[in-house]
Ligand binder design. Structure first.
Ligand code: ADP
Ligand code: MG
Length: 319
């Protein structure tokens, strides 16, 4: 199978929203007049961002999900995306389920694959997403204000449990492992939540590298400090059943959650609970924005500050 046959078979579909899709030198997108274009790119490399044993359908899903998650964090509505693929070989048993997982998520968010590039090489997946947002309404990392509440969506930390099982440092029963693995391999981009947070959240980020590290980006960009309370962290049976030390690692440094972490003015609880109901995504208030001098404090379940020097956000050049 040559490059063009491969593209035709797995990635070329008629476009409905775009003006021009796969097959020409450029794709043509038609943003709504007056809207700003939101653009984000993520690169996934085998062995670094995913295991070679991962189910290709889940890999296709995740490759797009992590990109859509960036649009969600900005409050942008998805328009289209491109796919750059380096493949060791044109293997139909990989390409068919990969494309199926990728395009199924795309269909659910009414976003079209409009172009890309394909080459031989070590398995690498680069996606660029395009979205739109009304001028001045994008959610940024820089808008947090002292006194804001800090919120997080979903069930952060579960994905990290699966990673620890793969690393051999944690044992989980079959059902728990399946749940953690689903969180790690099939994150759900919080697009509807991001759109609903426009005009309400003062700052937002998606949790990809660990909650503490990602919150740190918001604090630095906003020039503020913060306090988080572990007692308020969302937990289902899976995380509730783990040792306190495992919970801390999972909540605070566990990457790959793709939940939204955001700040909102004090007193927005009712509005946010309504958004949680409307989107079907649970929201938890986990802390508060403080003056910059407070730094970043995390209180344990008893309310005492914990030593954060033991924990470090996942850094791609450290491990
Ligand atoms: P060019 O020579 O202009 O780079 P290519 O021959 O690489 O074009 O690609 C042909 C067409 O197929 C282009 O429209 C390109 O956007 C599209 N394309 C290539 N690879 C992919 C892919 N992995 N997914 C979707 N579209 C692709
Ligand atoms: Mg090309």
């Amino acid at each position: 199978m040559g490059e063009f046959e491969l593209i035709d078979r797995f990635f070329k579909r008629p476009v409905q929203r775009a003006v021009l899709g796969v097959g020409d030198d450029c794709a043509l997108l038609q943003p709504t007049p007056g809207m700003q274009l939101a653009v984000s790119t993520d690169l996934l490399v085998e062995g670094r961002h995913f295991l070679s044993t991962v189910d290709p359908a889940r890999l296709g899903h995740k490759a797009l999900a992590v990109n859509l998650s960036d649009l969600a964090a900005c409050g942008a509505k998805p328009l289209g995306f491109t796919l750059s693929l380096a493949l060791p070989r044109a293997d139909e048993r990989f390409l068919a389920p990969f494309a199926q997982g990728l395009l199924a998520l795309a269909d659910r968010h009414q976003i079209e694959l409009v172009g890309g590039d394909t080459t031989a090489g070590p398995l690498t997946i680069g996606i660029t997403v395009f979205g739109e947002v009304p001028p001045g309404q994008a959610l940024l990392r820089s808008g947090a204000r002292v006194g804001d509440d800090i919120w997080v969506s979903g069930w952060p930390g579960e994905a990290r449990l699966a990673l620890e099982v793969f690393r051999g440092t944690l044992a989980l029963g079959a059902e728990d492992f399946a749940q953690a693995r689903l969180a790690m391999e099939c994150p759900e981009p919080r697009i509807a939540l991001g759109l609903a947070l426009r005009g309400l959240a003062t700052a937002a980020i998606d949790v990809s590298d660990g909650l503490l590290g990602d919150l740190g980006h918001v604090l630095r960009r906003s020039g503020v400090g913060a306090e988080l309370a572990l007692a308020r962290m969302p937990r289902r049976a899976l995380l509730a059943g783990q040792l306190a030390a495992v919970q801390r690692i999972a909540w605070l440094t566990g990457g790959d959650d793709y939940e939204l972490l955001f700040c909102a003015p004090e007193g927005a609880d009712a509005a946010l609970q309504a958004i949680a109901t409307q989107t079907g995504v649970p929201l938890h208030r986990i802390g508060q924005v403080l003056p910059r001098g407070a730094g970043l404090r995390v209180l344990d379940e008893q309310g005492s500050p914990i030593d954060l020097t033991q924990l470090a956000g996942f850094d791609h050049f450290k491990s």
